[in-house]
Design a protein around this ligand. Sequence first.
Ligand code: PA5
Length: 421
Amino acid sequence: MITLDESLLDKNLKAGAIDEFITARRELIAGVLAGQYGMGDALGWFSVAENAGAAVLDNISDLAAKVREEAGVFVLAGVGGSNRAAQSVIEGLGYNLAEKPRIVYMGNTLSARAMQDALDSLEGKSIYANIIAKNFATLEPGIAFRLIRTQMRKVYGDSFAGRITVTGSFGGGQLAETAEERGFNFLEFPAAAGGRFSAFTAVGLFPMAVMGADIRRFVAGAAACEKRLKADPSGGIAARYAVIRYLLRRKGFTVENLAYFEPRLRMLGHWWLQLHGETEGKNGDAVLPVLTCFSEDLHAIGQYIQEGGRFLFASFLNFFDKTGMAVPPSGFDDGFSFLDGRSCDSLNPAVSKAAAEAYYQAGIPVLRFNAGGIDEETLGEFMYLQMMSAYFSAALLGVEPFDQNGVEQYKRNLQAELRGV
Ligand code: PA5
């Protein structure tokens, strides 16, 4: 079970102040726990069972098993909330390293070079694809879908359609209609779940299952977390994390640096970044989430974090993988003999402790999420916990959690630019 260690906050925020704030916000917390905040028709994620019940999991698993069996390469095309949860789990558990199927991401860039490279990497392989778009009007997946279709038609003729699964919505021009007309497999993108809240729907679960993740364990981790949080009238660590971030922001700590230690968790970090940034960043008053990979970034931006400005707080993702590898003896005196035979698995926990203590000494508030390892259940638990916490944060800030109107302006500008108006 994931725990939140607050012990390195005390120079800036006392546990008593957090408790007091939570007690004073009893009604707000009860409202959030009852799903009474924000647009009520966007709460499809709130109860994990709603879009990840037994029948849905069976259906997704059956289709995924077929694709997994037959695919040499699996193209996952989507952007933002439509692909990040799946990519987080696939990379977090190392399934992206598998040779069969190999995974190729598209629909998340407008770089012609990246799109060409992705297409080139499909040559000679048995291609299957999953195109994901809640609103099939987003340029990146729209272009990617055209490129993928064109390439697959060239290779497979008209039978290419059976190799494509689209995950989308109902309505004119949306992917349900296109699937019906063109013979693609179809999975529903639930209308009541926005992209960044879609991990526990077909959006996240199908690609995870194709790549070999145990989606039942992933969903079970989330469901257990949901049960715990909803059974606690104070909102458990989801509310506590939101309150801490809120109070630190009020004390001038406006930037939260999430540090992860396993490079495999890069996309989980990016998923977290989007979830909090897009849910909370709406009224000029939210914490800016940023991301670093330690220990590498300790040798780069680490200097700035330590001494560069008094507006940063740190959250550490103490999720460590284990390999059993040990430091081999040296044939000569290289200065590292004190590590001979030491488990390599102990190095990351040691650097986490060292960095946390250095920040504490410098007066930087540090929070630590601790878990026993990295597996499907832990990732499911973490994602549900963060979704609930972002929901709490939005309620504290008084913003609508489930829209992202700010994103629309660049989309309008881009359309105008490309249409030449
Ligand atoms: O969280 C969100 O709702 C957004 O980030 C969307 O996921 C993203 O904009 C992609 O949207 P769509 O699936 O409609 O292409």
